[in-house]
Ligand binder design. Structure first.
Ligand SMILES: [Zn+2]
Length: 249
């Protein structure tokens, strides 16, 4: 089957109601940035254990903050590119503007779905452009530049990145928001997300129980899509997603 007719089938499957999107490293890669855990990514240049674990952050704060600043700098330069981070991100924002999105669940920490203008985003592992106070726990935007923990604007205590570090528990709030969207969702659109990993691995089954179909584009494990009798189209998200969105318009 050509991807043309597959895309038409995918559009039919998603036409029923508002769509829940599950976005992963494949969507981030569509911007041209290497996801942190992949070759050429942040953890190729910085020691992940020294920077992205609670113990590492307290023992090697200088190195950890240098790594966070480098990642934020890359993400912000990407967000500022003419027209936005990627054609796929722009198509997602367009789907939202059309009123077809229930929400976007993302397993990456770049914050680029939110900064592309999508209104409802559940960032399961937090985002690099947000900070959280280590004392009063209030959140604030990360400043343009920093070398070390910026002070909390509310109480003056040091902040930390509002990210889930390795070995930390995921916050409840984005998981609960995700569950709320899946309940009664019209369909699931997976964009380059790893469906073998918790906590997102159950979402396609939950969506099927709600009567919603799954469509997966880009790098997604086919077996996970077949299990829920979904449609998987491999290829470039920057081509596939704008095409799908135009069919849903
Ligand atoms: Zn504070």
């Amino acid at each position: 089957m050509t991807s043309e007719s597959q895309l038409e089938l995918a559009a039919q499957a998603l036409r029923g109601g508002r769509i829940v999107v599950l976005a992963g490293a494949g969507l981030l890669a569509a911007t041209g940035l290497a996801p942190p855990e992949r070759r050429g990514g942040l953890w190729d240049q910085y020691d992940v254990v020294k920077c992205a674990t609670p113990q590492g952050l307290s023992r090697h704060p200088e190195l950890a903050w240098t790594a966070f600043a480098a990642w934020l700098d890359q993400v912000r330069s990407t967000a500022r590119q003419a027209g936005g981070p990627s054609a796929a991100h722009r198509a997602l924002a367009q789907l939202d503007a059309l009123g077809k999105l229930r929400g976007v669940v993302t397993s990456t920490t770049d914050g680029l779905v939110r900064s592309s203008g999508v209104q409802r985003v559940a960032e399961l592992f937090g985002a690099i452009d947000r900070l959280r106070c280590t004392e009063c726990r209030q959140r604030q935007d990360a400043p343009e530049a920093f070398d070390g923990p910026p002070a909390c604007v509310h109480c003056g205590a040091p902040t930390r990145p509002d990210l889930v570090l390795f070995g930390e528990e995921m916050p409840r709030e984005p998981r609960e928001r995700t569950a709320g969207w899946v309940y009664g969702g019209g369909g699931l659109l997976v964009l380059g997300a790893d469906l073998t990993r918790p906590p997102i691995h159950r979402i396609p089954e939950e969506m099927m129980q709600e009567g919603g179909r799954t469509v997966a584009l880009g790098e997604v494990e086919s077996a996970a899509v077949s299990r829920v009798r979904g449609i998987h189209i491999a290829g470039d998200l920057n081509l596939l997603l704008p095409d799908l969105v135009s069919r849903l318009s």
